[in-house]
Design a protein around this ligand. Sequence first.
Ligand SMILES: NC(=O)c1ccc[n+]([C@@H]2O[C@H](COP(=O)([O-])OP(=O)(O)OC[C@H]3O[C@@H](n4cnc5c(N)ncnc54)[C@H](OP(=O)(O)O)[C@@H]3O)[C@@H](O)[C@H]2O)c1
Length: 333
Amino acid sequence: MSKLTNREIHLVSRPDGLPVPANFAVVENKVNTEGEGVLIRNLYMSVDPAMRPALSNGQTRLDAVMGGGAIGRVMESTVEAYPVGSYVLHRCGFREYYRSDGKDLSLIKPQGESLTTHLHILGGTGLTAYGGLLVTGELKDGENVFVSAAAGAVGSVACQIAKIKNCRVAGSCGSDDKVAYLKNELGVDYAFNYKTSSISKELHIGLPDGIDVYFENVGGAHLDAACGQMRPLGRIPVCGMISAYNNKGARSEGVTTLSNMIYNRVTMKGFVVYEFNHMKDQFLKDMRTWMSEGRMKYSETIMEGIVEAPNALIGLLQGQNTGKMLVRLSDDV
Ligand SMILES: NC(=O)c1ccc[n+]([C@@H]2O[C@H](COP(=O)([O-])OP(=O)(O)OC[C@H]3O[C@@H](n4cnc5c(N)ncnc54)[C@H](OP(=O)(O)O)[C@@H]3O)[C@@H](O)[C@H]2O)c1
C-alpha cells in the first residue's frame, strides 16, 4: 500500500491574547492511499472567528490536528455516494489530505459558481447572515439597519440582504479601504472606520432616526453605541462578539446603555447558524437569484498553502480580510 505525505496544523500551546505563530506547528505524517473509505485532497479551508475561543476553552486539543470547514476532491473511494473526482464539504480542514468513512461528508455540485462560495456566501456564512437577519432579527422592509464587521464574510452578506429588503444600511469596519468597498461595491448607505471615529457619533449621522435592527458581530464598544440608539421595538440579533474573543473567557467590555432596552422594548437574542438548517433550500434559491441579478456580491482573501493557515487565523483576528478568509491547500484548483 503506498503512502502520501500529509502536512497538518497542530495547536501546541494555548494563546494568551492574540495568537502568535509559535502557538501552532506544521506536522508531517503519512496517509494510506488505498483501503476502505474516501481519500480526499483538501483544496480550500475556511478560517472563522469561532476558532479563536476554541483555542483557549479546550475545545481544540493540544498536539492534535485542528478542525474547521474545508472542501476537497475525492482521490480514491469505496463509498458509492462519493465517487473519485467529486467535491465534498467536511469539517476536517487544517490538513492537506483527509481519509473519511464517508459519514461526515456532504457532496457539493457547483451550478456554475466557484467552489469556494460553498465555504461562505452559499454555505454557513451566508446562512448565518440570512437566518440571523430575517428570522432572529425579524427584519422588515424599509427599516434602519446597522451591521458591524460589515466588510467581513457574514457582515457583507447581512448588509446586502438588508439592501435587498429596501432598508437603510450603515456598516462599520476597520479600514478606509473597507469603507470604500462597502459604499462603492456593496451599495451600503453609510460606512465608517470605527478605528478612527466615534461609533456613537457616526451612527447618529448614518442613521439619524435610530436603529431598528443591529446585526451584532463585534460586541463591546459597538454594542454600547448601538444599544443606546435602538428605536422602539428594535431587535439585536447577536451573531458574534469578535472584540471579546482574545480576552480570557471571551469576556466582552462593559455595556452602559442597556437601560434603553426598557422603554423602547428592545429585544436582544443570540443565535447559532444550525437553527436555520431547515431553511437551506429557500436560502440557496434566494441567494442564487440575488447573485444572478448582481445584487449579492462577495470578496475573498486567500492565503496560500497549509503553512499559512495559522497566519490566516491571526490575520482574520486583526482584520486582514475583506469578505471571506480562506486558505488554498492545493495548487491543483
Ligand atoms: N452565530 C453563528 O452561528 C455565527 C456563525 C458564523 C460567524 N459568527 C460570528 O460572526 C462574526 C463575523 O464572522 P465572519 O466569519 O464573517 O468573520 P469576518 O467578519 O469575515 O472576519 C472578522 C472581522 O472582524 C473584525 N474584527 C476583528 N477584531 C475586531 C475588534 N476588536 N473590533 C471590531 N471588529 C473586529 C475584522 O474586521 P475590521 O477590519 O472591520 O476590524 C475582521 O475582518 C464573528 O463574530 C463570528 O463569531 C457567528
